[in-house]
Design a protein around this ligand. Structure first.
Ligand code: EPZ
Length: 431
C-alpha cells in the first residue's frame, strides 16, 4: 500500500493548479450513456474514481478513451451499443457513485441492473430517493441478490414518464440521477427541493449541450421537458472546488503565501467567508484565489450544509486548520452521520478534540507532532496531510489510496510549492 511521508514546517509559497472536479466528471461520464454519439469531456481529473468509472462504462460495452500526454485530461466516450447494461458489484463496491448509471440506463435502454452500493465509512448513504423518483416516473424496481433490477413501463416505447418530484431530502447524486432519467422521459418533469451544487449545474450544461431541455439547474426547482433522442457533445468540466478548498487551507495552515489557480472562486463563497473570519488574508481573482496568513489563526465555528452552505467535503480539512487556531471552534456535521473518522488520528498527532454526537469541539492552538496515521476516507486523508504539513517531524500516512480516489498527484502539486512530501510505494500500483 502506498504511503506518504511528510516532514512538517514549511510555509507553502507560489502557485498551485486545481484539476477538474471529480464529482462533476463522474456524473458527466454517466450522462454519455444517454446517447449513441460520442461525448468528449475536457478537464477530467486523472484520479482513481475516474478510472473506476471508465471500467464501469467499458464493462457495459461503451468505448471509453482516457487521454494521455497533452490530451491527458480529455476523455472520449461512445455508448453506441450497451451490450451488457449491468453495473457489476466488483466495480460498484469500490465506488458508490456507480449508482449514477441507474437513471441513464433505464432512460436509454428501458432497463438496468445495478449492484446496490454497500456501507460507507462516512455513513449509511442509502439510495432510496433515487429509487423513489424512478418509480414515480413509472419504473418498476425490484431487489434481487444484491442487485436492483429496474424496468421502464411496458408502454410501446418503454419510456419513463414525466412527473412531479419533491425530494424528501436534498441529495446531489439523487438530483443528478433523476435528471438524467427525465431528459428522455415522455413529457415534463418538475423537480423540487433539488441539490444546488455546482456539479448539478455542470451536468445540466452538458445535457443541454446534448439536446436536453433543462431549466433551473443550480436552483432548488428544476424543470425538464423530455426529448426523444440526445446527440453527442463536447464539454469542459468545472474546476474541483473541494481540491481548491483543500489547497486554500494548506496555504493558511502553513502560514504561507499561496495562489490557488484554475479554480472558480464563485463556488468557494462559504469557505472563503470562514477563512476571512479566521484572520486569513484572501485576494480573489477571476480564476484564482491567493491566501496569506502569518500562521496566526482565530477559532471559527462551522456547520456543514448543502450548497451554498459550508460543504461537508471541507469539514475534515477545516478541522485540521482549527487545531492551529487560537481558541475553541465547534464543528457540526449535518450531512453524514459518521464523518469524524479523522478525529482520533488528529488526536494521535496531539490535537485537542472532543466529539459529542454530530459536534466536534476543537481547542487550539495545539502544536502537532509527527506520528504514523491511517487514512479512512477521501477527505479525512486530506485533513491528515494538512496536519502533517505543520507537525513537528516526519509523519507517515498509510492507505493513501483513499486520497488517490479524488486528488490528482497531490504530492507532486504540494512539493511544487515547497512541501516536503513523498510517496512510498508505486503510483496507482496494487493496494
Ligand atoms: C455527493 O454524494 C458527493 N459525491 C459527496 O462527495 C458529497 O459528500 C455529498 O454529495 C454531499 O455534498 C458525489 O458527487 C459522487 P447526497 P451523495 O445524496 O450524492 C442522504 C467526496 O468526498 N440520502 O447528497 O451520495 C445521505 O445519506 C464525496 O467527494 C438519503 O437518505 O450525497 C446523506 O445523509 C463524499 N437517501 C444526505 O442524503 C438517498 O437516496 C446527502 O447525501 C440519497 C441520499
Amino acid at each position: 500500500m502506498d504511503k506518504f511521508v511528510i516532514r512538517g514546517g514549511n510555509p507553502l509559497l507560489g502557485t498551485i493548479k486545481v484539476s477538474g472536479a471529480k464529482n462533476s466528471a463522474l456524473a458527466c461520464m454517466a450522462a454519455a450513456i444517454l446517447t449513441e454519439d460520442e461525448v468528449i469531456l475536457e478537464n477530467v481529473p486523472q484520479v482513481r474514481d475516474i478510472e473506476t468509472e471508465r471500467r464501469l462504462l467499458s464493462s457495459m460495452g461503451a468505448e471509453v478513451e482516457l487521454g494521455y500526454g497533452r490530451a491527458q485530461h480529455r476523455t472520449h466516450i461512445r455508448c453506441a451499443v450497451l451490450s451488457d447494461p449491468v453495473a457489476k458489484y466488483e466495480i460498484v463496491k469500490t465506488m458508490r457513485a456507480s449508482s449514477l448509471v441507474l437513471g441513464p440506463l433505464i432512460a436509454r435502454t428501458g432497463m438496468a441492473r445495478v449492484a446496490m452500493p454497500g456501507g460507507c465509512a462516512i455513513g449509511g448513504r442509502p439510495i432510496d430517493l433515487h429509487i423513489k423518483g424512478l418509480e414515480a416516473m413509472g419504473a418498476t424496481i425490484t431487489q434481487e441478490h444484491g442487485y436492483l433490477e429496474a424496468r421502464a413501463p411496458k408502454n410501446g416505447e418503454a419510456r419513463l414518464k414525466g412527473t412531479h418530484i419533491v425530494f424528501d431530502k436534498i441529495t446531489v447524486t439523487g438530483t443528478e440521477d433523476l435528471l438524467m432519467a427525465a431528459v428522455l422521459a415522455d413529457g415534463e418533469t418538475l423537480f423540487e427541493n433539488c441539490a444546488r451544487e455546482p456539479e448539478v449545474t455542470d451536468l445540466a450544461a452538458l445535457l443541454n449541450a446534448m439536446g436536453a431541455k433543462i431549466s433551473g439547474a443550480g436552483t432548488s426547482t428544476i424543470r425538464v421537458h423530455g426529448v426523444a433522442k440526445l446527440h453527442g457533445a463536447r464539454h469542459r468540466i468545472n474546476p474541483d472546488r473541494i481540491e481548491a478548498g483543500t489547497f486554500l487551507i494548506a496555504g493558511a495552515i502553513t502560514g504561507g503565501d499561496l495562489n490557488v489557480d484554475a479554480c472558480e472562486p464563485n463556488h468557494l463563497g462559504s469557505l472563503l467567508g470562514k477563512l476571512k473570519q479566521a484572520g486569513v488574508r484572501i485576494d480573489i481573482g477571476t480564476d484564482h484565489v491567493r491566501v496569506r496568513s502569518g500562521g496566526n489563526l482565530l477559532a471559527v465555528d462551522i456547520s456543514t450544509e448543502e450548497y451554498p452552505g459550508f460543504p461537508t467535503d471541507m469539514q475534515a480539512q477545516f478541522m485540521a486548520l482549527a487545531t492551529q487556531a487560537e481558541g475553541t471552534s465547534t464543528i457540526t456535521e449535518n450531512i453524514f452521520e459518521n464523518r469524524f473518522m479523522h478525529v482520533q488520528e488528529l488526536v494521535r498527532m496531539g490535537a485537542n478534540i472532543t466529539v459529542a454526537g454530530r459536534t466536534a469541539t476543537v481547542r487550539g492552538k495545539t502544536p502537532l507532532q509527527s506520528a504514523a496515521v491511517m487514512c479512512s476516507d477521501l477527505r479525512a486523508s486530506a485533513s491528515l496531510v494538512l496536519a502533517a504539513l505543520v507537525a513537528d517531524g516526519e509523519t507517515i500516512l498509510d492507505r493513501v489510496y483513499h486520497m488517490d480516489r479524488g486528488y490528482e498527484r497531490i504530492e507532486e502539486k504540494l512539493r511544487g510549492v515547497g512541501a516536503q512530501i513523498r510517496r512510498m510505494g508505486d503510483v496507482f500500483g496494487k493496494k
